[in-house]
Design a binder for this molecule. Structure first.
Ligand SMILES: Nc1ncnc2c1ncn2[C@@H]1O[C@H](COP(=O)(O)OP(=O)(O)OP(=O)(O)O)[C@@H](O)[C@H]1O
Length: 234
């Protein structure tokens, strides 16, 4: 694994009205690394992700995503930054009036790709997630796990450097959770960095990877000690 950081936060603080969400946070995600971000409800995990795709800007500190100094770029550069990131949420957010192919194609149309390339790339990413045979189906005719795989295919369409996943298994049963985790791990094995927010301790335990907890506005790296996740001693 390369030691190059694809995400770097330096001394980042973020506050909403009376809530101090992050306090002087330093964090790195390296190229090709898989990392879980865990922590109780309301601690600021989603806000952390929002900082990366410039949905919110920090009060202090710097955020870098690949070559983009996120809090310094102009509005014009935000779409380019976002192309570096594939984003997957818990609620599938597929367009219900378009079939699977067209949902994935949409991500490529908005970035101005040519129809011939779009057709080829959609087939490629749907094959990667094991759903090319379902490309003419409507989202409502797919299971939850299949819908989430379409969302992942859509997130991969523009060849991002990093996949951000906010509770990607949150709405899924154990079988679908297993499929999604195996898919995310295989995407990571092809070299893509993955930052996954989760509440699911069973998932973190079964598919072990670097685990970072958010607590009191800080991030803290954890390690497995027997059956328990404990802070790394600094
Ligand atoms: N746009 C906003 N305006 C004001 N407060 C906000 C805003 N977004 C988030 N917050 C507050 O910031 C804190 C962190 O919220 P965030 O959604 O990042 O937490 P979370 O760890 O992702 O929670 P959950 O696990 O429930 O999704 C919460 O107290 C929330 O109410």
């Amino acid at each position: 694994m390369s030691e190059t950081a694809v995400i770097e936060l330096k001394n980042v603080s973020l506050r909403f009205d009376n809530t101090q969400v992050l306090k002087n946070v330093n964090f790195k995600l390296h190229n090709g690394e898989f990392t879980y971000l865990i922590g109780p409800t309301g601690v600021g995990k989603s806000s952390f992700l929002k900082l990366l795709y410039r949905d919110v800007v920090p009060d202090h500190g710097t955020v870098r995503v690949t070559e983009y100094p996120v809090n310094k770029i102009s509005e014009r550069e935000v779409p380019m930054l976002r192309r570096r990131l594939g984003i997957v949420f818990q609620d599938f957010q597929l367009l219900q009036d378009r079939n699977v192919h067209d949902n994935v194609a949409f991500a490529l149309q908005v970035t101005g790709e040519k129809p011939k390339f779009i057709k080829q790339r959609v087939l490629e990413v749907l094959t990667m997630v094991g759903l090319s045979h379902r490309r003419r189906h409507m989202p409502k005719d797919l299971s939850g796990g299949e819908q989430q795989r379409v969302v992942i295919a859509r997130a991969l369409a523009n060849e991002p450097r990093i996949l951000l996943a906010d509770e990607p298994t949150g709405n899924l049963d154990p079988k679908a959770t297993k499929e999604i985790m195996e898919l995310l791990r295989s995407i990571n094995n092809r070299g893509m960095a993955v930052l996954m927010v989760t509440h699911d301790y069973a998932v973190v335990k079964k598919y072990k990877a670097r685990t970072v907890r958010m607590v009191n506005g800080k991030t803290q790296d954890l390690v497995w000690k027997g059956e328990k996740l404990v802070p790394i001693k600094s």
